[in-house]
Design a protein around this ligand. Structure first.
Ligand code: G6P
Ligand code: ZN
Length: 609
């Protein structure tokens, strides 16, 4: 049961050491360790790095100091801890508890087996428990879609009191603290907590003057309860139970497996055959838990596609009607139909266009706000314009959406503003939490399919492909492709970006192939709510015909630099071309404008999405 059962007794002063016993904090001397700057989504490094003496401790102390400096009283409320189950999670959780206690945290909620998906953490922070004070924040132990295991990546990120990722001013402060740290606090005598079973432990000081409560909670309950309040589960079940409908959900051995089983098997009554790779593994079974055409190989093959999204010969084998995949920490999603790939940008546009099929939006007076990251295609812009939703374009990173969702000013003082956001990087979600939510996106698609089929006059199943094609027929098609060049030399990648930055004026107005560059710039974002400015968010080439070329360096690369090249071309009527062919000319222009081969020595991307 999610509701924590521990009693909250008075606040205790842990600063005097006498009689504290197991709760006695020790101050351990340390020195700054270079390179602890959190990226787009927390600190991600190789496990070996994290295992080095004081590495995790330094970062965690720096985080606690920044959390306290932000005005949070960590002795009140609870701290949530959980992760995607990757290697080193169990050890890190015990260290976090011991350091949390030493720093003054009195109440912890830990996901059973250390598992909590990123969206579930956000949901838990926002919900809180009725008897315990609401959580003030959470540590999420994940490197998202980066590979896991002893020789791969580990990661840690902090989320704040509304369930949102730590804002940049906080991550900057955490980093600054790591550069000046002299000591950290830890309770060395604190017992190891058994995180394998749900339940409550109370650890008392020897003299009985202080106590710490630790609740190991069911990983799925709060999140699933929230999803049930958003979607019409019986309508979705109606679709799933159709004899001509079948689906497969690939959790890629990440944390989403238990959530998929809970929703689709326990609640929606489906057979286990719906689940693929739904047992979490600490190395993701040697895979790369990133839901895209390249890495979700098994699902992509089951759905009858190759890594380019092209149909393969299935020799007459049956293909499911619907396929979905999740990343390691369960916040990303990929949506597939029978031999049909839905690009994340199109997925966002279709969900926004059909938001009123979801009770959450219908009952709140309809959707009002829509946001996408800058590199995400403009497909959703066309829908927003048509349906009169406010549209926002932010830098890459989910954290930029939170301010917009919580703003009353942007929406004429409205108490509450239903909001949907999405990114080309397989992230979609709404204001029900403050993270993207893979399971939410899948249920949104199933709601759309259920609705379309209920209203259909024919007995034949309305498919994912039918829905997307009808969408293109109405709005036109934004052909889109992202090329990733992973593990590149960081100096050379930066030099390439610098060159484009230096040439923005020269490039503006230039004719390249059949395109003419209306504007070339480095994207700058001014947050409409708090006026904060984010610079250097990506080199853009905006063509006069509305096509776009964008270059960015990834903020989540584990090692080396990852160059991302985004290509988009809008076609109002020609919607039936093969994407790679429709984009071939623009891709050539992009490679030449950047002199990618000159800088990186290759023109072969490692991943195409
Ligand atoms: C994480 C963030 C996303 C972001 C993505 C891509 O998943 O949560 O918001 O879009 O990383 O980041 P990158 O910098 O690697 O392109
Ligand atoms: Zn993720």
């Amino acid at each position: 049961k999610f509701v924590p059962t521990g009693e909250v007794t008075g606040e205790h002063d842990l600063t005097s050491n006498a009689g504290l016993g197991k709760l006695k904090p020790t101050s351990v001397s340390t020195a700054p360790i270079a390179g602890q700057k959190p990226g787009t989504s927390g600190l991600r490094k190789k496990v070996a790095e994290f295992k080095k003496e004081n590495y995790l401790n330094n970062f965690v102390q720096a985080a606690f100091d920044a959390i306290k400096a932000s005005g949070t009283d960590i002795s009140k409320g609870s701290l949530v801890i959980g992760g995607d189950g990757r290697y080193f999670n169990p050890e890190a959780i015990q260290i976090l508890i011991q350091m949390g206690v030493a720093n003054g945290v009195r109440r912890f909620w830990i996901g059973q087996d250390g598992l909590l998906s990123t969206p579930a953490v956000s949901a838990i922070i926002r919900e809180g428990g009725p008897r315990w004070q609401k959580a003030f924040g959470a540590f999420i132990l994940t490197a998202s879609h980066n590979p896991g295991g002893p020789t791969e990546d580990f990661g840690i990120k902090y989320n704040c009191e509304h369930g949102e990722p730590a804002p940049e001013r906080m991550t900057d402060e955490i980093y600054a603290n790591t550069t000046t740290i002299k000591s950290y606090k830890i309770c060395k005598e604190f017992p190891n907590i058994d995180i394998g079973a749900a339940g409550h432990s109370k650890i008392m000081s020897d003299d009985g003057s202080a106590e710490v409560n630790i609740e190991v909670i069911d990983s799925t309950e709060a999140h699933v309860k929230l999803l049930k309040s958003i979607f019409d589960f019986s309508a979705i079940r109606g679709l799933l139970d159709r004899p001509d409908f079948s689906m497969v959900y690939d959790a890629m051995h990440g944390v989403n497996g238990p959530y998929v089983k809970k929703v689709f098997c326990d609640i929606l009554g489906q057979d286990l055959s719906v689940t693929l790779n739904c047992v979490p593994k600490d190395d993701f079974n040697g895979g790369h838990a990133d839901p895209n055409l390249t890495y979700a190989k098994e699902l992509v093959a089951v759905m009858g596609l190759n890594r380019k999204g092209e149909k393969i010969d299935m020799g007459g084998r049956p293909i499911p009607s619907f396929g979905a995949a999740a990343d390691g920490d369960g916040d990303r999603n990929m949506i597939l139909g029978t031999q049909f790939f839905v690009s994340p940008s199109d997925s966002l546009a279709v969900i926004v266009a059909n938001a009123d099929t979801i009770p959450f939006f219908r009952t709140q007076g309809g959707l009002k706000g829509v946001a996408r990251s800058m590199p995400t295609s403009g497909a959703v812009d066309l829908v927003a314009k048509d349906l009169n939703y406010s549209l926002f374009e932010t830098p890459t990173g989910w954290k930029y959406f939170g301010n917009l969702m919580d703003s009353k000013e942007l929406f004429d003082g409205a108490e509450y503003t239903p909001f949907i956001c999405g990114e080309e990087s397989f992230g979609t979600g709404s204001d029900h939490i403050r993270e993207k939510d893979g399971l939410w996106a899948v249920l949104a698609w199933l709601s759309i399919l259920a609705h379309a089929n209920t209203n259909s006059l024919s007995d034949t199943l309305v498919t994912v492909e039918d829905i997307v094609k009808a969408h293109w027929a109405k709005y036109g098609r934004n052909y889109y492709s992202r090329w990733d060049f992973e593990n590149m030399n960081a100096t050379k990648a930066n030099a390439m970006m610098d060159k484009m930055r230096a040439e923005t004026d020269a490039n503006t107005g230039k004719t390249v192939g059949k395109y003419s560059i209306e504007k070339s710039d480095d994207f700058v974002y001014v947050d409409p709510v708090d006026g904060s400015v984010a610079k250097k968010q990506g080199m853009r080439f905006l063509m006069t015909d509305g096509s776009r070329i964008i270059f960015r360096l990834s903020g989540t690369a584990g090692s080396g630099a990852t160059v991302r090249m985004y290509i988009e071309q809008y076609e109002p009527t020609k919607i039936d071309m093969v994407a790679s062919e429709a984009l071939a000319d623009l891709i050539r222009v992009a490679l030449d404008l950047s002199d990618l081969k000159g800088f990186l020595g290759t023109e072969e991307p490692t991943v195409i999405t």
